[in-house]
Design a protein around this ligand. Structure first.
Ligand SMILES: [Cu+2]
Length: 165
């Protein structure tokens, strides 16, 4: 009885699994092509990722813009032997570059209540842009990437809600 039930469940899974795709021949080599139709297509909490994606702190005094990203879409783990590398532009309320900030980034996965296992490394270029290396998304899904911008005694958090697939 249990075996029959399991078999029926497996069949149901197979039918559901094949329902969405047109010409796929099933599991195997076609995973890369299907990325864009992955779980992020249905993730309503995230902002679609693109170069020059900008977010503000709650006070509105700090804006962080992702002016460059490698890879272009956030990827899980490493691509070409590197974790995600983002270049951030930080500006104040009047749009002026913030050149003297101390930046930290903490990627958090709220659904599973865990952070990235790795702390991103940030290097200031001195002109209000900052290169953030080793941004590791250890799992696919919804991430809250908090960029903390400290200038003197002031500290502002800028949140990027993104989806990784
Ligand atoms: Cu997770």
């Amino acid at each position: 009885m249990t075996q029959i039930r399991s078999f029926t469940a497996l069949l149901a899974l197979l039918v559901v699994g094949c329902g969405g795709s047109s010409s796929s021949t099933g599991a195997g080599s076609s995973g890369v092509d299907q990325q864009q139709q992955g779980l992020c297509a249905n993730e309503t909490r995230s902002t679609p990722f693109h170069v020059n994606l900008a977010e503000k702190s709650d006070s509105g005094n700090t804006t962080v813009t992702i002016v460059d990203a490698a890879p272009a879409l956030p990827a899980m783990g490493k691509v070409s032997d590197k974790y995600n590398v983002w270049t951030l532009s930080v500006t104040d309320a009047s749009g002026k570059p913030v050149t003297n900030a101390s930046i930290s980034i903490s990627p958090y996965m709220p659904d599973h209540r865990h952070y990235s296992p790795i702390t991103p490394v940030i290097t200031s270029k001195g002109d209000g842009t900052y290169v953030a290396e080793s941004i590791e998304f250890s799992m696919e899904g919804f991430w809250q990437v908090v960029v903390t911008v400290k200038t003197g005694a002031a500290s502002e958090d800028v949140l990027f809600p993104i989806c990784v697939e």
